[in-house]
Design a protein around this ligand. Structure first.
Ligand SMILES: C[S@@+](CC[C@H](N)C(=O)[O-])C[C@H]1O[C@@H](n2cnc3c(N)ncnc32)[C@H](O)[C@@H]1O
Length: 284
């Protein structure tokens, strides 16, 4: 990220969620606050999206990853989870429309510059801050999540759900694994949902060319993609960390789950969204 500046890719992701509400009527992911947090109306959002028609694939991927995470979170709530940490929250609005109210304790963790900007946007949009929400500023590249959460009201003895959307590609591998090790080490079990991409060299020529264009754009914003994973190696390392259950949707599984009527051949490499669950250290 550019020093002292809020994340430009957080703005881009929020614009994609807003455009999804307008162009696909929130068909995959319905977010009644997506436009309001940006202070934009539907025609302005549609105009911006139409200026960049190649953004459609990314827009739908962002809608899918957020829907997948929130569905998994709802299932975890049914299973007794009462604490959520939104890692690299950007302009994510879950905390402001959390259907579980005070029964769910929420923490938004993000870079301090992004968080300060979000505070301002929330004030401008008159979106109230719920009493169940705590902001935790962290620079993942310089500080550990463990230290910063320990200094907050986070309860490490509670089973916790982490969402970590649109962040892993921007961090170095060391920062990714230190965060995953922290999550896997929590004593009473945890869930984490994050997205990642297959290495560019494994993409089809057409996907690779479009990937390179987007990679250049985000690098130009000072937020380069630096980390990619091959699914099998990633899964093996997650298992080594003690992760008991992994659900990983690659491009083909995403299409069959969320776009079942889509015709044509499916790419087998590209963006993934993954849920990993650890069990309680006291279980079994
Ligand atoms: C692409 S945005 C995703 C935001 C949000 N999760 C979403 O899906 O809209 C990337 C997020 O990662 C955060 N981020 C990037 N590098 C970071 C770092 N070193 N420390 C803390 N947060 C970081 C940015 O502040 C931003 O909120």
């Amino acid at each position: 990220m550019q020093s002292g500046k809020p994340s430009q890719t957080a703005l881009a992701a929020a614009l994609h969620r807003a455009a999804h509400q307008v162009l696909e009527q929130g068909g995959i992911f319905d977010d009644p606050l997506a436009l309001r947090i940006l202070g934009m109306d539907a025609p302005a959002v549609a105009r911006r999206a139409e200026e960049n028609p190649s953004g459609r694939r990314m827009r739908l991927f962002i809608a899918v990853r957020t829907r997948f995470a929130e569905d998994a979170l709802a299932a975890a709530f049914e299973g007794g989870v009462r604490q959520v940490v939104v890692l690299g929250a950007g302009l994510d609005t879950y905390a402001y429309r959390n259907p579980f109210g005070d029964r769910m304790r929420l923490f938004e963790v993000d870079h301090p510059a992004t968080q300060a900007w979000k505070h301002q946007l929330l004030r401008d949009a008159a979106i109230p801050l719920p009493s169940s929400l705590t902001f935790v500023p962290v620079d993942f590249e310089r500080e550990t999540l463990a230290e910063r959460l320990a200094a907050s009201a986070f309860d490490r003895t509670q089973q916790t759900f982490f969402t970590w959307l649109g962040v892993v590609p921007y961090l170095n591998e060391e920062a990714v694994w230190s965060t995953l090790a922290f999550i896997a080490g929590l004593p009473n079990g945890a869930h984490v949902v994050f997205d990642y991409s297959d290495p560019p060299a494994s993409l089809s020529p057409e996907m690779r060319a479009s990937h390179e264009r987007r990679a250049q754009r985000v690098a130009g914003l000072g937020e380069a993609w630096v980390t990619y994973f091959e699914a099998e190696k990633l899964h093996a390392k997650l298992v080594d960390l003690g992760i008991a259950e992994i659900e990983d949707l690659g491009p083909a599984q995403i299409v069959s789950r969320y776009f079942p009527g889509r015709a044509g051949s499916l790419p087998d490499k590209g963006g993934h969204v993954l849920r990993a669950t650890t069990t309680s250290r006291h279980a079994g």
